[in-house]
Write a protein that binds this ligand. Structure first.
Ligand code: G4P
Length: 282
């Protein structure tokens, strides 16, 4: 992290603004807590990526929350490209004073340079690929792939710099780690998937009971006061996931729940609710 901090800071004098990519399903948990001090007072904008998988009502609230703090924010879906057209105008808006000053000095058309930062798996490569309309080496699903300093021209007078280094999330906060695990940004093999699926089921029961009940054919009455593990057992039973002796295969049920949540099969759902983070700073 210290190395990444140094690498980012050494590039700050070369760039005009920072685009902070967050996962729209976990805008709070997917933000590196040290980012604010790393980028200091550089002009910035927030990009809520993967909004195709997030609850649209929550995305709207998050955008309003950031904008209410005078931080430009847009929602994107890099799978289809929805929202990408707003990126360049938003950056120009954030930099409007500077652009005016450049124009007054006769530096019209000066190249605008933006650093793209975000924790692993948030969609930085997909975003840069989309914006630069060129296919780089396959976008990988390996959190923490090492990156060098890479510049991309995304149009006349507009360059993007990929995060120099790996910007880790706040792993020391257990609730952040858990939320990142829900969306699959933390490797499953280091986690107890049944416990994780149970926690996710409890969150869904408390916040999105209708899609949860519809997907697993549960009635709200039977899950209203249940513990996560009990809901997991119900899911396994309804799905006929049994092992010899009629016992429920909760391991299989856990994988199904996590896979279906991550694939947005349960619907567009958000884990970090804007109303729980009124003091978010970036
Ligand atoms: P990173 O550079 O920040 O580490 O992230 P990267 O672009 O590698 O994206 C991580 C995964 O997230 C990829 O999935 C990518 O396709 C997916 N992704 C990126 N942006 C979006 C988005 O707006 N919506 C959705 N639904 N997914 C997005 P993958 O499974 O690794 O690759 P693949 O499915 O493209 O093969």
């Amino acid at each position: 992290m210290t190395k990444t901090r140094r690498r980012i800071q050494s590039q700050l004098r070369l760039i005009d603004a920072v685009a902070i990519l967050l996962d729209a399903r976990v805008p709070y948990s997917s933000c590196n807590p040290d980012l604010r001090s790393i980028i200091n007072n550089k002009p910035r904008l927030v990009i809520l990526n993967k909004c195709d998988m997030a609850d649209p009502a929550q995305t709207k609230k998050w955008l309003a929350l950031f904008r209410g703090k005078n931080i430009a924010a847009i929602a994107l879906d890099c799978k289809t490209g929805k929202g990408l057209n707003a990126f360049i105008p938003t950056v120009k808006n954030v930099l409007s004073d500077r652009i005016e000053a450049w124009n007054n000095k006769g530096m019209t058309g000066r190249t605008i340079k933006v650093m793209v930062v975000g924790i692993p798996n948030v969609g930085k490569s997909s975003f840069i690929n989309r914006m630069s309309k060129q296919t780089r080496a396959k976008v990988e699903d390996r959190p923490g792939v090492t990156r060098g300093n890479q510049w991309y021209t995304i149009g006349k007078g507009f360059d993007l710099l990929d995060t120099p280094g790996v910007l880790w999330p706040k792993f020391n906060d257990p609730s952040v780690g858990e939320k990142l695990a829900f969306i699959g940004s933390v490797k499953d093999d280091i986690l107890d998937t049944e416990q994780l699926a149970g926690r996710l089921l409890e969150y869904l029961r408390n916040n999105y009971p209708d899609p949860l009940c519809a997907r697993y054919k549960l009635s709200f009455d039977e899950i209203e006061t249940a513990q996560g593990y009990e809901i997991l057992e119900l899911v396994g039973r309804k799905r006929g996931m049994l092992i010899s002796g009629g016992e429920i295969n909760t391991e299989r049920a856990a994988s199904a729940v996590l896979d279906e949540f991550r694939g947005a099969v349960l619907g567009k759902l958000t884990i970090d609710r804007a109303e729980d983070h009124p003091d978010v700073r970036i």
